[in-house]
Design a protein around this ligand. Structure first.
Ligand code: PGA
Length: 250
């Protein structure tokens, strides 16, 4: 059984001051948690202060994105070594908002994963189908295409997959636990067929996760954790999600 991983994706939310306030309250709420891995992905501007405040805790930090070059004339971009030096152990790559608004293709995602892994960052790769693709019965084809393109020549070590159906992100429309489990089971089998280390890869569900639905999602055998957007922005809501995940997996 996998140790659950509950990750917060703050997206473009929180100033430095708001980050400090969150972390102060949140740490008091989760001080007894030692059986769930917790990760927060704040905006880049908050990483440094978050890293100082989280020193000597088990909460880890992720970047929400990374560029696929080490350094140079790429105005506005962030390199893997910058993330590492700001205190990140992880980076989220290929989020559907990056694909949709910033035209990230599987080929770009693949380049980003490679440079992140080369620098020792653990990667959370996001994949998932649109509503139209689901309704047309293409969910597994889409997942397979995204996995094949994103993981080309990438070993599975240091990798987490986040299954995030686009129709469930920020919409309040969660996948049912059965839908999530079915997609995760497909991904798990794809990883087994792909190569070594597949059993160590955790598969997270993302898309309108809340304190109310986390338990039923985590009760599914193939759901190893969650990537949480909106409901991770308030300390008590995120802490309740973490506690729900613990209760579901004892
Ligand atoms: P949501 O976002 O929880 O607000 O739906 C999840 C995500 O995009 O990672």
């Amino acid at each position: 059984m996998h140790r659950p991983l509950i990750a917060a994706n703050w997206k473009m939310n929180k100033t430095i001051g708001e980050t400090e306030d969150f972390i102060h309250s949140f740490l008091a709420m989760i001080k007894d948690v030692d059986d769930v891995d917790i990760l927060i992905a704040p905006p880049f501007t908050s990483l440094s202060v978050a890293s100082s405040l989280l020193e000597n805790t088990t909460v880890r930090l992720a970047g929400q994105n990374v560029f696929y070059e080490e350094k140079g004339a790429f105005t506005g971009e962030i390199s893997p070594s910058m993330l590492l030096s700001a205190g990140c152990s992880h980076v989220i790559i290929g989020h559907s908002e990056r694909r949709q608004y910033f035209s990230e293709t599987d080929e770009i995602v693949n380049k980003k994963i490679k440079i992140a892994r080369k620098n020792g960052l653990e990667v959370i790769l996001c994949i998932g189908e649109s509503l139209q693709e689901r309704e047309e019965g293409k969910t597994f084809d889409v997942l397979s295409r995204q996995l094949t393109g994103s993981l080309k020549d990438v070993p599975l070590e240091g990798l987490t997959i986040a299954y995030e159906p686009i129709w469930a992100i920020g919409t309040g429309k969660t996948a049912t636990p059965e839908q999530a489990n079915e997609a995760h089971a497909y991904i798990r089998q794809w990883l087994r067929d792909y190569g070594e280390g597949s059993e160590r890869v955790r598969i997270l569900y993302g898309g309108s996760v809340t304190p109310e639905n986390i338990k039923s999602l985590m009760a599914e055998p193939e759901v190893n954790g969650a990537l949480v957007g909106g409901a991770s922005l308030k300390p008590d809501s995120f802490a309740r999600i973490i506690n729900g995940a613990r209760e579901a997996t004892v």
